[in-house]
Write a protein of this length. Structure first.
Length: 436
């Protein structure tokens, strides 16, 4: 049956069985809410490997840490739900003080609405007729706040036409997206954005301009310093555009929203947007997503760079903590210097860096997982195998367990219907269900 879902309380919760990857193969259908009472432990062979795990203490720490950091600067946080697509985690973020949730697709919006989330920013254009029809229906709920992006006059007119067709009960809040030349969506200049603001104003019966949006995550440079300079230049353009649009009177709301991404360089984004006098009441909304689980490579390296720029990044202990691991089994040692584990591209993302062996465990020999102190390199990742090159002193044997750290959480979460929430002893205390 795989992962069957029902809406329980404020988040979809369902049932799982042995058809779900990472669950015991002989598991009969059981409600997810009962798994915490089953006494499973990852290290004692109670679950099938590979298995993705989330460390409960790190998840809780990261949620509190980011909320504290953003709040200290006077900004709001609308975590990007696409990272986890796990309503249980989204509701924890909201309970900790998140302003709302960010979505990238209307499927993600639907999952959030089924989870009783009442403020959603779709960081994308809303153009498909069936999706506009759905939003018109949802707008009948007076507690629901919805925002989406527009980046062209053509898109604005299409959206307005169908909002009228489906009799939207109130104007839809939109943000103008400012893009980057040669990259993806977004107006390419302040002039283009201003013309679009005027067009939105012509459709004020169904549209309301809420603010300006940007995404700095695609910006790069020859080195860290060059990248940071380019990001700051782009953010200056976002701020300048917002100031121009507001100065022309196109913002009719009590406050203007100013939103950017903020996963890899959230310090630059929050400080730049929060420190600028816009001449009107402004709410800054960051859409960071990966912070909730952090990672062992890409974002860890970026965080180290942030600490060099800003020593205040550690108000709660040591900054963000890696929370996501994928555990696998050593299935073969076919030749000297070679270890094969049963983890592959279908289990962990490889778009930034391949999975990295971090710890290992031998049942009945180790009291707890051991740090990997011998030399190991991920040489190749196939669909279902991870090929490690190891030094001569590598003690790994067939049957040992290996914990892999990942890079870029988004492309590991989406490989799993369920992830195991574990405590420091790797006892399974809950199952986190995803909806990709």
């Amino acid at each position: 049956m795989a992962a069957k879902t029902e809406s329980v309380g404020s988040a979809p919760r369902g049932a799982v069985d042995g058809l779900v990857k990472g669950m015991p193969n002989d598991l009969a259908t059981v409600p997810i809410d009962t798994i915490a009472q089953m006494g499973w432990n990852l290290l004692t062979g109670d679950v099938s490997l590979p298995s993705a795990v989330l460390h409960a203490a790190a998840i809780e720490h990261n949620i509190r840490w980011m909320q504290h950091y953003v709040g200290t600067l006077g900004a709001h946080l609308a975590p990007h739900g696409k990272t986890t697509m796990a309503p249980v985690l989204m509701n924890r973020q909201l309970a900790a003080g998140a302003w709302g949730m960010t979505a990238a697709t209307m499927q993600q919006v639907r999952v959030m609405r089924e989870s009783s989330i009442t403020r959603i920013l779709l960081a994308n254009q809303l153009l498909q007729v069936i999706e506009i029809r759905y939003i018109c229906s949802e707008l009948n709920d007076p507690t629901f706040e919805f925002y989406c992006l527009v980046d062209s006059i053509a898109g604005c007119r299409l959206l307005a036409r169908h909002l009228r067709q489906f009799r939207a009960p109130r104007p839809l809040d939109v943000l103008i997206e400012l893009g980057i030349a040669g990259r993806r969506t977004g107006c390419r200049s302040a002039s283009e954005a201003t013309q679009l603001a005027a067009e939105i104003d012509r459709h004020r019966d169904v549209l309301q301009l809420a603010g300006i949006e940007g995404y700095e995550g695609l910006i790069s440079g020859d080195n860290h310093t060059d990248t940071e300079r380019n990001i700051n230049a782009y953010l200056d353009e976002v701020v300048s555009t917002a100031r121009t649009v507001a100065g022309l009177g196109f913002i009719k709301r009590n406050s203007m929203l100013l939103s950017a991404g903020g996963s890899g360089h959230f310090d630059l984004v929050s400080q730049k947007l929060c420190s600028t006098n816009m001449g009107t009441e402004t709410e800054v909304v960051l859409r960071s997503g990966c912070y909730i689980s952090h990672d062992h490579q890409h974002y860890r390296e970026l965080q180290a760079r942030m600490h060099q720029r800003d020593s205040s990044l550690g108000p709660l202990d040591q900054g963000l903590w890696p929370a996501l691991e994928v555990w696998a089994l050593v299935q073969s040692r076919p030749e000297p210097g070679r270890v094969i584990c049963n983890l592959g591209k279908r289990d962990a993302g490889i778009d930034y860096h391949p999975p990295k062996a971090m710890r290992w465990y031998r049942q009945r020999n180790h009291p707890a997982p051991q740090a990997i102190t011998f030399e190991t390199t991920t040489a190749e990742v196939n669909d279902q195998h991870c090929n490690l090159t190891v030094s001569a002193d590598c003690p790994l044997e067939v049957g040992d367990l290996v914990a892999f750290g990942i890079s870029h959480p988004c492309t590991t979460f989406d490989r799993w219907q369920t992830l195991l929430l574990v405590n420091e002893s790797y006892d399974v205390i809950d199952v986190v269900q995803t909806f990709f």
